[in-house]
Design a protein around this ligand. Structure first.
Ligand SMILES: Nc1nc2c(c(=O)[nH]1)N[C@H]1C(S)=C(S)[C@@H](COP(=O)(O)OP(=O)(O)OC[C@H]3O[C@@H](n4cnc5c(N)ncnc54)[C@H](O)[C@@H]3O)O[C@H]1N2
Ligand code: MOO
Length: 445
């Protein structure tokens, strides 16, 4: 283990930057930021309108409600969250079971041998005192049997009136190498709580406990709109054109966070085109990239105003990514506006998209992790910083180079993003680390 659960941060010691999608107490506003600039106070996106990073996460987490429950056969349930607890439909094991290949025995040895029991076969006749029956791992113990003698702990020899079994390891105590009925759970026991992610292990457990299908929360449908006339879809960048990095990056990342990405579209920088795309979308969440700042072709704000969207977050006191936004659309969906700079967009994914998608998809909050910093990390004077880090020995995390807002070189090699409070953090400081979605049970399409 190289990371420590941040749960050991006491509430009093929890920094403003502890991830708020947790059981920790609610976040406090970032220092240096006026309380009066809450969400929904105007449509500006200058520094004065930014909400604190932790507050932005909380707003996104509470912006929606879990989608409807749907029933999925086990083969199609991975990557959903449980909409109801999984309770055992039977005792597990549901019969006394041999844990080893050998002989089931009744009473003290030596035992008179008769027949054999294989896994999956009927219970067989009751075993009389002084008798043994050959048994396979997983076979139901016959009534009357009190223990199993492993094959390597027994010796058979012909005796008067048939074959006899002797234990080479003394008299087996009652219950030796037997898995008793109900050892793992009793029918009705809660095995997993609602909100748990359906992982491969969960599928196996559900099947073992008698399930053919699971009640899960629908995965939010997400449409990605990539803005920017300067973007290329293929070939080498140059001559003022850059490759679209977010078209490839976002769909699998959002899927790992619980979304079903229904479409990824490249749009030209045109306000009408953006307006029509958002208006026509039936997705639960529209994610846009670029166009969030105040440049000549940055249309996200004016288009949201024209649509009548309500800005829930309009700028966040975080670097990179401060122009990110979250809006409630008139039709009931949400729009996450990610800045165009690629690492700033990742920051917006972790700050706004992840908590929103978790809530819509009915996923329980993650347990935050913290680790000491392996070296000092400079801070912004009054904004939180999200910095790509790698896990090291100790445990500790170390910031990676190439963490500029336009760079992906750091994040591509990172194990997580450290949350650096305003003013920075010194070597050894316990620092919250946001997992990459695929490091915390996420699934890919
Ligand atoms: N006067 C100001 N200018 C800027 C501010 C500000 O506060 N005042 N904020 C800066 C910050 S911080 C960021 S971040 C960006 C956000 O800009 P936009 O969201 O409007 O994004 P664009 O202008 O469209 O693009 C910014 C940058 O990113 C490149 N880009 C865009 N999309 C992609 C993509 N899919 N793949 C790769 N690269 C992409 C684009 O070419 C630009 O270089 O604004 C600052 N400006
Ligand atoms: O915050 Mo911007 O997101 O610096 O690149």
């Amino acid at each position: 283990m190289t990371r420590q659960p941040a749960a050991r941060l006491t509430p009093a010691a929890a920094p403003d930057t502890a991830h708020p999608a947790t059981r920790n107490p609610g976040p406090r506003p970032d220092p240096g930021r006026g309380q009066e600039h809450g969400p929904g106070h105007g449509h500006g996106h200058g520094p004065g309108h930014d909400v604190g990073w932790a507050e932005a996460c909380t707003i996104a987490r509470t912006a929606g409600r879990p989608l409807a429950g749907v029933v999925r056969p086990l083969a199609e349930a991975a990557g959903y969250a449980l909409a109801a607890p999984v309770r055992a439909l039977a005792d597990l094991p549901s019969f006394d079971t041999s844990a080893m290949d050998g002989w089931a025995v009744a009473g003290p040895g030596p035992w008179r041998l008769k027949g054999q029991l294989l896994a999956g076969h009927d219970l067989g006749e009751p075993l009389a005192q002084g008798h043994a029956i050959r048994i396979a791992t997983g076979a139901a113990l016959p009534p009357g049997a009190m223990a199993v003698v492993r094959r390597e702990h027994g010796r058979t020899e012909a005796g008067k009136g048939g074959e006899l079994l002797f234990s080479t390891h003394g008299e087996p105590p009652a219950g030796q190498d037997v898995r008793p009925r109900g050892q793992e759970c009793r029918e009705g026991d809660e095995l997993l709580a609602a909100g748990a992610l359906v992982t491969p292990a969960v599928l196996g457990l559900a099947a073992a406990a008698g399930y053919d299908e699971l009640l899960v929360t629908a995965r939010p449908r997400v449409e990605v709109l990539v803005l920017g006339d300067e973007l290329l879809d293929e070939g080498l960048p140059g001559a003022g054109r850059v490759r679209d990095a977010l078209g490839p990056l976002l769909p699998p990342w959002l899927s790992a966070l619980g979304a079903d990405v229904t479409a990824t579209r490249r749009l030209v920088d045109d306000a009408d085109v953006l307006y029509e795309a958002i208006e026509a979308s039936t997705a639960d969440v529209v994610v846009t990239t670029g166009g969030t700042a105040g440049g000549p072709v940055d249309f996200v704000h004016p288009v949201l105003e024209r649509i009548g969207a309500k800005l829930l977050v309009d700028g966040v006191a975080v670097r990179p990514g401060h122009p990110m936004l979250l809006a409630a659309l008139p039709g009931g969906g949400h729009l996450v506006g990610l800045p165009g700079n690629p690492l700033a967009a990742v920051s917006g994914v972790l700050t706004l998209a992840a908590p929103l998608l978790r809530t819509l998809g009915g996923r329980s909050d993650p347990v935050p992790y913290a680790a000491p910093l392996g070296a000092d990390v400079a801070g912004h004077p009054n904004h939180t910083r999200l910095v790509p880090v790698v896990l090291g020995e100790g445990p500790s995390v170390t910031a990676l180079r190439f963490h500029g807002p336009a760079m992906l070189r750091g994040i591509a090699a990172a194990d997580g993003m450290a949350v650096i409070p305003p003013g920075g953090a010194v070597t050894g400081a316990e620092t919250v680390v946001l997992d990459m979605a695929w490091g915390s049970g996420g699934t890919f399409p």
